[in-house]
Ligand binder design. Structure first.
Ligand code: CP
Length: 345
């Protein structure tokens, strides 16, 4: 098996064996943080951000440095790209030229930088089509594969008895993905990636949300297929409490409604006003008490007091900082395997 040259647009595109290889290397890199400093020596990774970031930019930049290379920050205003309304360079030309300079290209494009759900995915796939270097999603409107890898890595770490790393430890465990009210009108990417990767590892997935917050039907279908292939189950509910019963991992996050775009414009304020009415949709201690001593997970940034209470987010069963740290290790592994000469074991 080789991952050299592979894109990472969603973990769903990689086989289970390939995901395990990435996680195995990420765990090794976590245990030997500065032991891989020649993997991308003197190489440059381009990070192209349409949207802001704390974790993604910082962890990719650290990852490139710790692999011996460099990460260069790019944003649309620093380029002259063609858009629906302005003349400029095509994606084909930009991607082919970037391939002559860098070892890899990361792209982030979220809900407010597209005129319809799925456009961000189309843009990344178009870069991947033309680029001769690996293209990695750094979060787009549909998926967040690096977050998904960091999530599953953290859940395995927390749920492996005795503190080791056994991917089988999450099999048969219940992942509750629950909508949280909030003032951020968030994209579906992290949630959908978590459902996909959780079900690939045999987790039972429950999605809880108020009526009117359905996720992408295709991703629900893929999650269902993953569950079926891995002896797991998928359930959905509109009940704010029911999903907590028996949960081992609780993932509470706001996401936008399917009606978020009108005439090609993302209706952020309208989405926020609608979401803030559902004040009972918050992850709190009484709801966590219904679980099987579940861990609380979130990709961050957290909308504290809306998606989750402070005592849960900062409590003893919160894995948020471990998951955030794992972004670094997971991305180093992905970069080493796809852009360097490191072979999966
Ligand atoms: N989880 C995540 O992608 O965080 P940032 O938006 O800060 O990069």
């Amino acid at each position: 098996m080789t991952l050299k040259g592979r894109d990472l647009v969603t973990t769903q595109d990689w086989s289970h064996e390939e995901l395990l290889a990435a996680l195995d290397l990420a765990v090794k890199m976590k245990g030997d943080r500065y032991g891989y400093t020649n993997v991308l020596k003197d190489r440059t990774f381009f990070m192209f951000f349409y949207n802001p970031s704390v974790r993604t930019r910082q962890s990719f930049e650290c990852a490139a440095t710790e692999l011996g290379g460099h990460a260069q920050f790019l944003e649309p205003k620093s380029m002259r790209l063609k858009t629906a309304t302005t003349a400029g360079e095509t994606i084909e030309d930009a991607a082919r030229v970037m391939s002559r300079y860098a070892c890899g290209l990361g792209i982030r494009i979220l809900e407010d930088k597209v005129s319809a759900y799925g456009e961000g995915e189309e843009l990344i796939r178009e870069y991947a089509q033309w680029a001769e270097i690996p293209v990695v999603s750094m979060a787009h409107d549909k998926f967040h594969p690096c977050q998904g890898l960091a999530d599953i890595m953290g859940w395995i770490e927390w749920l492996t008895p005795g503190g080791g790393f056994d991917p089988a430890a999450v099999k048969g465990k219940k992942l509750l993905v629950t909508w949280g009210h909030g003032a951020l009108a968030r994209s579906l990417c992290s949630i959908q990636e978590a459902m996909l990767i959780g079900s690939r590892f045999g987790m039972d997935v429950t999605v809880a949300a108020p009526e009117g917050y359905d996720l992408d039907g295709e991703i629900i279908k893929w999650t269902h297929e993953n569950c079926k292939a891995n002896g797991a189950t998928l359930a959905t509910t509109n009940d704010v409490e029911a999903g907590y019963k028996g949960a081992h991992v609780v993932y509470s996050r706001n996401w936008m409604s399917p009606r978020a775009y009108i005439d090609g414009e993302f209706q952020k304020q309208q989405e926020i006003e609608k979401a803030l009415k559902h004040t009972d949709w918050i992850c709190d201690a009484p709801k966590m008490a219904l679980t099987e001593d579940a861990i609380f997970t979130h990709p961050m940034p957290i909308d504290r007091g809306h998606e989750v209470t402070d005592d849960v987010a900062s409590g003893e069963r919160s894995c948020i900082y471990d998951v955030a740290e794992n972004r670094l290790h997971a991305q180093k592994a992905v970069m080493a395997l796809t852009m360097g000469e490191v072979k999966p074991e």
